[in-house]
Write a protein that binds this ligand. Sequence first.
Ligand code: IPE
Ligand code: IPE
Ligand code: MG
Length: 251
Amino acid sequence: MAIFGQKKTYDTEGLKVPVSLGVIMDGNGRWAKKRMLPRSAGHRAGAENLKELCRNCGNYGVKYLTVYAFSTENWVRPDDEVHQLMELFVEFWERYDPELEEEGIRVRFSGDIDSLPENIREVCKRGEERSKHRQKMTLIVAFNYGGRREVENACRQIAERVKAGEIEPGEITEKMISDNMYLPDVPDPELIIRPSGEMRLSNFLLWESAYSEFWMSECLWPDFGYEELTQAFRDYAKRDRRFGGLGASGK
Ligand code: IPE
Ligand code: IPE
Ligand code: MG
């Protein structure tokens, strides 16, 4: 469907807007390479584009937007790239918070935050504190996030309760595991978008994505805009989410 060049209307006719959306912000390096720029320029363009995504999602009525910004595996990249990503992270929240404030966007961080350097932990704490009252949409930034690490953390917390004699192993339930994830009050994502042509989760929201719909596109993250988002919501409207049952077409 040719919708490119479409004006931004946020009209939801023919679309389905998820309450909770996940986005894997991938493809910054390739975007930079195509332009003969250093990878850091791609990360900068990617960060700029996050603002645009927040604005579009907020206006469409998404309530929880979880973005994958840095994985527990991304530490294996060259030191200078990791360093630049950390610096960009600090700069981003200081610089763009007024714009997020204007848009009514609350920020929360998800991941192994305790293992991050102190200055980064401070940025997370400050960002969460000063945006607590904002109500239009919550932006969850998965930073030093790994789905397996999140499950490992939940197991450890539950094991502590067993050790303390508060519960028996036989009393462990799926709900209890969900309640021990990093942000248990955030609904599981109904839809996960991954630009850049990769068909994998790369350790993003493993537990929470059990019944998420997926939408992939070749477009690289810094180029992912209103048109792609609208197309994703248009396609999502056509999905029959069956949850193991017979769904809309079932008898
Ligand atoms: C995503 O872009 C940003 C992070 C993983 C931090 P990439 O840096 O993975 O870009 P590609 O995949 O190399 O193009
Ligand atoms: C996933 O992208 C992580 C983020 C976007 C933050 P990667 O570029 O790290 O994923 P792989 O290595 O291609 O699976
Ligand atoms: Mg990548």
